[in-house]
Design a protein around this ligand. Structure first.
Ligand SMILES: [Zn+2]
Length: 306
């Protein structure tokens, strides 16, 4: 199967607006313009060039109020990417914050190290510096991780301020960029880390993008960019497309089908996670019924293994 055709189909399926939020197509096109080619292909090619044994930081976890626990979108994508990176000889390290720690640890069943970044700004900055020094990562990948806006504030899609909850992982991306370390991001709404690459599009087209519901009044649009931004309708799907494309490039098996998706979601719920749209502890992602999400994952697997 031709790699360009395969990654084109993966990109288009993952960004199809099945959750019907109304912004996927616009954000996808903006990212395509900035990245300059099929998104999962660009991300996978960059990762495929890294020499074996290097560390890759995967930043994930979006805490959802009022329970302040991690949502089901993010950690499954991070887990599948981590397994794929290990299969190709790289060393993944997961990074999150205190509210999301149980779900992130639970989903990878403690197979990889998990590092926590503080909600406190100065402390977070020092921790991020220290992580880069300790692991000397070849790349940092964020998957459905909150990203701060131009005023350094974090928001939900509905425009509410959640800065007190969020470990300030934006420092990781900003410092990585200063050091010339590759940054790759996966997002679906425009308020995620890395979506600064298409900030103007988010401001124009996403509800609350330009003006939030909190006193900062600067909008939910994330301001920190990534080198490569993968936009999907649900971020897990975007992470699966990167994993599938990387598996193809490195000739390893891509195994994440619908059945495995269900097992990952069961781990998230067991660890206390909730659906990011409904806030309920159900085997759903972004409000999509379990079977619909599983079916998309099965389709991605079908394309990936064709
Ligand atoms: Zn605000």
């Amino acid at each position: 199967m031709d790699f360009e055709r395969k990654t084109y189909s993966l990109d288009h399926l993952a960004s199809a607006d099945i959750p019907m939020r109304g912004v996927s197509e616009t954000l996808y096109r903006a990212a395509l313009e900035r990245v300059g080619g099929t998104l999962c292909r660009a991300a996978a090619e960059r990762l495929s060039e890294i020499e074996e044994e290097r560390h890759i930081l995967i930043v994930t976890g979006f805490p959802i109020p009022p329970k302040n626990v991690c949502e089901t979108d993010g950690p499954p994508g991070a887990a599948v990417l981590a397994y794929t990176l290990r299969d190709v000889g790289l060393k993944p390290i997961l990074v999150t914050d205190k509210p999301c720690e149980p779900v992130v640890r639970g989903i990878i069943e403690d197979e990889f190290p998990v590092e926590l970044i503080s909600v406190e700004r100065d402390r977070a900055e020092r921790q991020c510096e220290e992580l880069l020094n300790r692991y000397d990562p070849a790349a940092i990948v964020s998957i459905e991780r909150p990203g701060w806006n131009v005023k350094g504030e974090y928001h939900t899609m509905r425009g509410y301020n959640i800065s007190d909850l969020i470990g300030k992982t934006d420092h990781l991306f900003l410092k990585a960029r200063e050091r010339g370390i590759t940054t790759i991001a996966v997002g679906d709404g425009g308020n995620e880390l890395g979506c600064g690459l298409i900030e103007e599009t988010v401001r124009r087209h996403v509800p609350n993008g330009d003006r939030c519901q909190c006193p900062c009044q600067a909008g939910i649009a994330a301001s920190t960019p990534a080198d490569i931004l993968v936009i999907a309708a649900t971020s897990n799907w975007g992470a699966y497309t990167i994993s599938a494309a990387l598996a193809e490039l490195k000739d390893v098996e891509y195994r994440h089908d619908g059945k495995r998706e269900l097992r990952l979601l069961e781990r998230v719920i067991k660890a206390g996670g909730v659906d990011g749209v409904t806030g309920e502890p159900t085997l759903t992602v972004d409000g999509l019924p379990t079977l619909v999400n599983q079916f998309v994952v099965e389709l991605l697997w079908t394309i990936a293994t064709a």
